[in-house]
Design a protein around this ligand. Sequence first.
Ligand code: 3HC
Length: 312
Amino acid sequence: EEAQKLAAFEARVGEGEFVEAKDWMPEHYRKTLVRQISQHAHSEIVGMLPEGNWVTRAPTLKRKAILMAKIQDEGGHGLYLYSAAETLGTSRDQMLEALHSGKAKYSSIFNYPTLNWADIGVIGWLVDGAAIMNQVPLCRCSYAPYARAMIRICREESFHQRQGYESLLVMMQKGTPEQQALVQDAVNRWWWPSLMMFGPHDKDSPNSEQSMRWGIKRISNDDLRQKFVDATIPQAEVLGVTVPDPDLKWNAEREHYDFGAIDWDEFWRVVGGDGPCNRERLATRVKAWDEGAWVREAALAHAKKQATKAQA
Ligand code: 3HC
């Protein structure tokens, strides 16, 4: 009975069909989606912190307004994705408890410090650029609520990437030599961590085989990383910056860029909680959660009063 259901399910997603919340699904499919969508949501929420540092330090009112809009978008993406995960039967409290206790992951990229204003432009260009690469295929994820959430998120990510790149163009084309050096230094610090956003090599990725078979992952970690490098190097050339990889070179045969080895010790150290800012990021999240408890209690009390009034 169960085996028949699984076979029918695999045939359905194998033909590119979509799964809705009320459809039958294998427990492992549900579990791996809760894992991925909740960690994606955590990434969006924690991702607000490195940029939040620079709202009060933005160089102009225009840049401040753009940065605030971007950070608000990220918060919205997080809430969108928590809602998508809730359709699978998990709760907001369970997901947030997993984040605050250190059990759940979020993208390693947000554990690096934002040292100056150039970092904000480089995050938009490289981090949101990598996020778009990884999120566009998710618009065709076999789990329909997740795919639908991704359509709006990808549109907003494109604005994030464009605004970051444009602010770097201004610094490179109209900035002082010191400002140009700030941009190059930021690229040197963010390039490799951005490549790590795509996850381990396919051969070292425990979830990929199952996720690709079930139509959750449409393009592999390594293929997406390659697409990102191929698309980004020409943008770096227009900007007038280089990436910190002496092994980078165009391979006319492959029609792709060859690039150097990623430091997987750094990757697993940061994913494991021992990156430059992991403790600070988590402490900030837990503090916000604790300090916000009275707001949640008041909202619940108000909702209860409303419900009682409605029944009276
Ligand atoms: N940081 C932290 N953990 C990572 C990671 C990273 N950069 N890359 C991989 N991992 C984790 C995986 O979560 C998995 O651990 P788990 O089983 O405990 O969850 C383990 O490393 C092995 O990796 P796999 O490749 O086997 O795992 P996946 O098949 O889940 O692939 C992924 C990893 C490509 C990140 C995939 O989960 C995914 O596509 N997630 C949705 C997109 C997402 O979360 N992107 C984060 C970008 S940040 C963002 O979107 C904010 C934007 O506004 C800037």
